[in-house]
Design a protein around this ligand. Structure first.
Ligand code: SF4
Length: 225
């Protein structure tokens, strides 16, 4: 949302990056940009194309940035929380757009998000990360239906149950340690409900092992059960 240059119109920024990446002229770049703004659900795209970032709402700026990223049709798109702060309708539009473009242009996406609902909709493969370490990874259905690591289980348990909204939420206790003060051994041990004596002392060694085809889990966790 804060990535557009404030003193240059949205359209000029979109056109500039297209001219750098593609062998097209300014008129074609403008057409592609306006079309992409329309595809991410921005009404009156031509008018928005000629506006500055401060004239757009936060959600619109986010969608315009997504349009800009997609307009060059990259082989691999790194999307870091691309749907955060969007309302669910626009979020669904953006997810569907990204899915369509993946199919249309055979594009790969690394989608970074804390939203498990979004992961269930977009991902084939998931890597669950904590403090910069991958604790569990594999196909999305295996990770969401049969999580092995306490952190993955904690994330799933923390989701509100829409069929039982009176049930108290079950957050993962504690806070994420500072990256400058990483726990030794298992990085999750300061918040883990299942820590064995060995891992709570920071003696366990981390590293992934395959527990079923394609499903990898941190080995110190498997060892301490
Ligand atoms: S290794 Fe031990 S402390 Fe770390 S997540 Fe697994 S059970 Fe918990």
């Amino acid at each position: 949302m804060a990535s557009f240059a404030p003193a240059i119109k949205i359209g000029a920024q979109m056109v500039e990056q297209l001219l750098i990446h593609k062998d097209i002229n300014k008129k074609e770049a403008k057409e592609i940009s306006i079309n992409m703004l329309q595809r991410v659900g921005i009404a009156d795209a031509e008018k928005r194309f000629n506006q500055y970032a401060f004239e757009l709402s936060g959600g619109m700026r986010q969608r315009a940035m997504i349009a800009m990223a997609l307009s060059t049709m990259p082989k691999l798109l790194l999307a870091d929380e691309p749907t955060t702060a969007l309302d669910v309708t626009i979020q669904a539009q953006v997810i569907n757009l990204i899915k369509d473009i993946i199919k249309e242009y055979q594009m790969g996406v690394i989608f970074i998000t804390h939203d498990l609902g979004v992961i269930a909709q977009v991902a084939d493969e998931v890597a669950v990360m904590y403090l910069g370490s991958i604790l569990e990874k594999g196909p999305v259905n295996k990770i969401l239906k049969n999580p092995k690591h306490p952190y993955t289980k904690g994330l799933l348990q923390a989701l509100p149950d829409v069929n039982n909204l009176d049930e108290p939420l079950r957050p993962i206790p504690g806070n994420i340690p500072s990256p400058l003060d990483r726990p030794s051994g298992c990085v999750f041990r300061t918040r883990c409900p299942n820590a064995s004596h060995e891992c709570s002392q920071g003696m366990a060694e981390m590293g992934l092992i395959e527990v079923e085809p394609g499903h990898w889990v941190d080995k110190c966790c498997i060892n301490c059960g």
